[in-house]
Ligand binder design. Structure first.
Ligand code: ZN
Length: 378
């Protein structure tokens, strides 16, 4: 039995038929976790689909309507690069529910997985690169709306180690200091253009284990340092919106619309931080978890596609290198006492079993880290 939960639904399968994206992987990951005795049936929890009001905190009403009614234009379908079906739409809603559940469970148990999701190329008003709904953003916005006084969070760090840049994540959280975005990716690869994350590390083609892991360690250090600095600045200012003059206007304006504990079912996507009164209240609130020196939650997108045998990636990591990558991120969270939610994002290895192995290894690495934590705390 695992020291954390795995959110999973059979409905995660995107119904793609013959496609480079092996959507059957979710089912196979679950199966392998069970077969290898890594997880027991009770370690899995089934998420409900995310409610529309959660989706609408990130996505436009128009995009949601098009998805739900199947009214995507030919251009929109081309950009999405996956065949449309009602099952596909349901899978995206379930994945967003799964990432929300995983975030919540991570706050409770220190760690949790969504065995689906990581659709980081989805924008508020369109989908691309196999991604229609940004499950991670939906989850973070939901927990931010609940507020740090309730069951939610104020801030988060997104660590995106998929081989492709997290363009949707950068676009959604750009100008919002409450969510710090880090993307470590192959520079010379989709997407073009790459809107700026808070910290982008673009790697050269064929970067291998040693260089990758060195750049990752540096990037994580920088991310934590920059986060602490930006948050301190934010709270030192009477109005958080003044933090980033170039983009602050829209973020702050929409942030004021967020009301703790209430579903936000209408209006444009809300890209701002929780409102100012909420931030003030929480300073006397739940103690260390809401310290401003570190994020309340890390969301880690553990893409399998930096692997050297990946069909859509051009980096050269080995299976061992990827395990070490996971260990570095998980340990960084653990040693700072920050809850970590994990999701899988991309993975297109020539042999499907390699993709499955990489994802299952991520679960195993987390288990080893958190079992060790449990043992040493007894
Ligand atoms: Zn990818």
């Amino acid at each position: 039995m695992l020291p954390f939960k795995l959110a999973y639904s059979d409905g995660y399968d995107l119904n793609l038929g013959e496609h480079v994206f092996p959507a059957i992987k979710y089912k196979l990951i679950r199966q392998k976790c069970l077969e290898e005795g890594l997880a027991a049936p009770e370690d899995f929890v089934e998420p409900p689909p995310a409610p529309d009001e959660d989706i609408l905190r990130v996505h436009t009403r128009e995009w949601v309507r098009k998805l739900k009614t199947g009214k995507l234009s030919a251009r929109e379908l081309l950009r999405l690069e996956v065949p449309y079906s009602p099952q596909l739409v349901r899978a995206f809603w379930l994945s967003a529910g799964g990432s929300t559940l995983a975030s919540r469970l991570a706050l409770r148990d220190a760690c949790a997985f969504n065995l689906g999701g990581g659709f980081h190329h989805a924008y508020p008003d369109h989908g691309e690169g196999f991604c229609a709904i940004h499950d991670v953003a939906v989850a973070l916005r939901r927990l931010q709306a609940e507020g740090p006084e309730g069951s939610g969070i104020r801030t988060a760090l997104v660590v995106d180690l998929d081989v492709h840049h997290g363009n949707g994540t950068a676009a959604i959280f750009g100008g919002d200091p409450s969510v710090f975005t880090l993307s470590l990716h192959q520079e010379n690869n989709y997407p073009y253009p790459k809107p700026p994350s808070d910290l982008d590390v673009g790697l050269a083609d064929f970067t291998g284990d040693e260089e990758y892991l060195r750049r990752l360690r540096e990037a994580l250090e920088n991310a934590f340092q920059k986060f602490a600095k930006e948050n301190a600045m934010k709270l030192g200012l009477p109005e958080a919106g003044a933090l980033r003059p170039a983009t602050a206007g829209s973020g702050q304006a929409s942030g004021l619309e967020v009301v703790e504990g209430e579903a936000q079912g209408s209006g444009p996507p809300k890209s701002g931080p929780p409102n100012q009164p909420e931030q003030k209240k929480s300073q006397s609130g739940r103690g260390a978890r809401h310290s401003l020196e570190k994020p309340d939650l890390i969301f880690y997108l553990a893409g399998a596609d930096p692997y050297k045998e990946d069909q859509l990636g051009g980096l050269a990591l080995t299976l061992e290198g990827l395990k070490e990558r996971d260990r570095i991120v998980i340990e960084a969270a653990k040693e700072r006492g920050i809850p970590i939610a994990l999701t899988f994002a991309g993975g297109y290895a020539r042999k499907l079993e390699d993709t499955i192995t990489i994802h299952v290894n991520t679960v195993r690495t987390a288990r080893d880290a958190f079992l060790e934590a449990e043992t040493s705390s007894v």
